[in-house]
Design a protein around this ligand. Structure first.
Ligand code: T1G
Length: 654
């Protein structure tokens, strides 16, 4: 059957009396201008062809349509606009059915919503993730989705930006059916509906809904948005769909979309989107093949180790978990089984999935059992002699081409590597706790790490579904070095006149989930105290040093776990403690510092400046490859609000 071409990315063929259109715009079939014009040309052609009774839209490759072309944002608009294309699809006189194989996201989902029928392939996924880009759906999503699936379900999908897989999409009414061969099924559906009244989504009345339930859903979105605009605007638009006609709703949606598209918040989140795509890409590794990793060894099944084990198991690896004693190995296995059980409860894993994971887990106290491992990650106590001893032992156990990875947070991985006969097979894999939840991993390229070892580590982290950020060797790597810098600045401000709750509320108002002093209390104050004591002998006496934290620890205030830290925690409630204020005032008096008032703006500016200055140092030292990497580390590891883009991006903007 002859292929017809309607633009560089849209072609079609006739299947009997049905025109089957294919969008082919690698890598994700984004709705670029030539895709939009191609679709319109194909619709015009089919409209004029008397022998064509139906129209099918499909995407070439593993994705249906990845959305509007984000790279076109901010550029002069090119006709036809996406809303025009979508209106033409919905108004089309002949049945338009989409065959959704893979993801239908953003504008791609909006195209599907405008079709008169939607057939999902088994791997289909529908989503409107625009809020993750600081915008709202701009081509009908907030108006058509509630008409199809109801207000509450639409608020959930649009404001979380999550995707609904095929079975959920059918259950919601978003897709009509699942088919092993969605294209053939879509062609049949188009032919079957020819000449019949068509189900135009925009003409469906939004199902009645309990107002209290909507208010609850809205309150949940507002609480989670932490100052981000897009989710709150999206709720407003979805609610409006129930009160106004389609045209009014679409006009209000479009105006909101255009306003948010040009906002700082969207610019920040688009920066994060593209920074994530660039992260983990190392030019020098372009032609380097990673080693094969199927069996992973993890040494230590404490809080961090068990999280790493669960990540590897749920990503399909065989895992050998090593502990010091059989008893410890048994309780480690129990801890891991417990984490997996929680994942089943929260529907992130099926019961069968859990069984399969446990079947691929071997918990042992025999180090020799690690001989089978392709990669060994250590998560033992963060002490240099403990780690170097361990690596020396592993060196003689694992295969010559096995990779050794250290999860140290602060120690020098080059010193650990030097304890082995072949330091080129050593790399740093700095996970964040809990490692089965946190997506960030700092991949430390040590002085002697071989290129294929680094490539293998990046591949491993990608397969875990995590975000790999490559960094060089420095104390604290990217994240902890910046965290130390802004903690130092925060403590300077304490001495100068601010109080912990003032600094924390400035950070929380800015969008951090928790202020720095509350975070310290959560993590425990003794870890940093031990490190300060370790560094005391080498500290530059000329350097400004704030002793307040030491005073608190000496007074037995170690944080949330013992109910006293920078705050007090009666009944678990975070409470300002005058005893801490007294310690701070005493420290000021000791240095004859006359306290002064700080505005939230000044507090944030000083903290951001401290982060950015440290970031610039990391870039100039070659520890971090690009500013975007630093932003991603602070967003994914230290609670920096994504809708501010990260410290380096935020500094550019201010
Ligand atoms: N536009 C332009 N480029 C895109 C793109 C898009 N929508 N999506 C991905 N890319 C690029 C990406 O930068 C990378 O480029 C390459 O494609 C592969 O991406 C009106 C306005 C689809 C699930 O938010 O979630 O529609 O780095 O590495 O892991 O309402 O990409 O190779 O140069 O991510 O297989 C809404 C965004 C847009 C979906 C595939 N859509 N994309 O994941 O590949 S707004 C989205 C994704 C919208 C309307 C509004 C994922 C993916 P490079 P990748 P992947």
């Amino acid at each position: 059957m002859a292929e017809m071409r309607f633009s560089e990315s849209v072609s079609a063929r006739l299947d009997g009396d049905v025109l089957v259109v294919a969008i082919d715009n690698p890598p994700v079939n984004a709705l670029s201008a030539h895709v939009r014009s191609g679709l319109v040309a194909a619709l015009d052609y089919a409209a004029g062809a008397r022998d064509i009774v139906g129209f099918v839209i499909s995407g070439t490759g593993r994705i249906f349509v990845g959305g509007a072309d984000i790279r076109e944002f901010g550029k002069p608009p090119v006709a036809p606009s996406l809303p025009d294309v979508i209106d033409q699809i919905e108004a089309f006189e002949k049945p338009v059915v989409c065959a959704v194989a893979g993801a239908a996201l953003g504008g791609g989902c909006e195209v599907a919503l405008a079709c008169h029928g939607r057939i999902a392939g088994e791997n289909a996924a529908f989503g409107l993730p625009e809020v993750k880009l600081g915008i709202v759906p701009g081509a009908g999503g907030t108006q058509r989705l509630p008409r199809l699936i109801g207000t509450i379900a639409a608020i959930d999908l649009i404001c979380t930006g999550r995707t609904a897989k095929a079975d959920e999409a059918v259950a919601l009414g978003l897709a009509d059916a699942i088919a092993a061969d969605p294209l053939t099924a879509a062609i049949a559906a188009a032919r079957e509906n020819a000449g019949r009244p068509l189900r135009r989504t925009g003409r469906i009345t939004v199902p009645a809904v309990d107002a209290a339930a909507v208010d609850m859903a809205e309150a949940k979105v507002v609480a989670k948005s932490r100052g981000q605009c897009a989710p709150v605007e999206a709720v407003r638009l979805v609610k409006a769909a129930g009160h106004c006609d389609l045209e009014q709703g679409l006009a209000e949606e479009r105006a909101t979309f255009l306003r948010l598209r040009d906002s700082e918040e969207s610019a920040a989140l688009r920066h994060v989107f593209f920074a994530e795509r660039a992260a983990g890409k190392v030019e020098t590794l372009a032609d380097v093949s990673p080693r094969r990793i199927e069996t992973v060894g993890v040494v230590g099944t404490g809080l961090m180790g068990s999280g790493i084990v669960v990540s590897a198991l749920t990503s399909g690896y065989h895992v050998i978990a090593l502990e010091q004693t059989p008893e410890a190995a048994a309780s480690g296995r129990e801890r891991i089984a417990g984490i997996l059980a929680k994942a089943v409860q929260s529907r992130r894993l099926t019961a069968e999935g859990r069984e399969a994971c446990l079947a691929r887990l071997e918990a042992t106290a025999e180090a020799k059992d690690l001989a089978m491992a392709d990669l060994v990650v250590e998560a033992v106590f963060d002490d240099l002699s403990v780690k170097t001893d361990l690596f020396r032992r592993l060196d003689s156990i694992v295969a010559p081409d096995a990779i050794l990875a250290t999860n140290t947070s602060y120690l020098d991985p080059d010193t650990i590597a030097a304890a082995t006969a072949d330091p080129s097979r050593v790399v740093g894999l700095h996970f964040f706790s809990p490692a089965n939840v946190m997506r960030l991993v700092e991949v430390v390229d040590c002085a002697k790490t071989a290129p294929d070892v680094l490539a293998s580590a990046l591949n491993f982290v990608k397969r875990l579904g995590k975000l790999a950020i490559v960094c060089g060797v420095t104390e604290g790597f990217i994240g902890n070095r910046i965290f130390s810098a802004y903690r130092r600045e925060a403590e300077f401000m304490l001495e100068d006149g601010a109080l912990p709750h003032q600094i924390d509320s400035a950070l929380e108002a800015y969008g951090f989930p928790m202020g720095i002093f509350a975070v310290n209390d959560m993590a425990g104050l003794e870890i940093a105290w031990a490190r300060r004591k370790r560094l005391a002998a080498t500290r530059d006496p000329a350097e400004r040093y704030v002793e307040i934290a030491d005073r608190l620890c000496e007074a037995g205030r170690l944080g949330r776990k013992n109910g006293l830290g920078w705050y007090a925690y009666p009944n678990g409630e975070r409470t300002i403690d005058p005893a801490v204020t007294a310690v701070i005032e005493a420290a000021r008096a000791e240095k004859n510092i006359v306290p002064r008032a700080f505005t939230a703006m000044e507090i944030m500016n000083r903290l951001l400046t401290a982060m950015v200055d440290e970031g610039k140092a990391l870039l100039s030292e070659g520890i971090a490859a690009r500013p975007g990497d630093i932003d991603l580390v602070m967003i994914n590891g230290y609670g920096f609000p994504a809708h501010k883009g990260g410290p380096m991006f935020a500094a550019q903007k201010s």
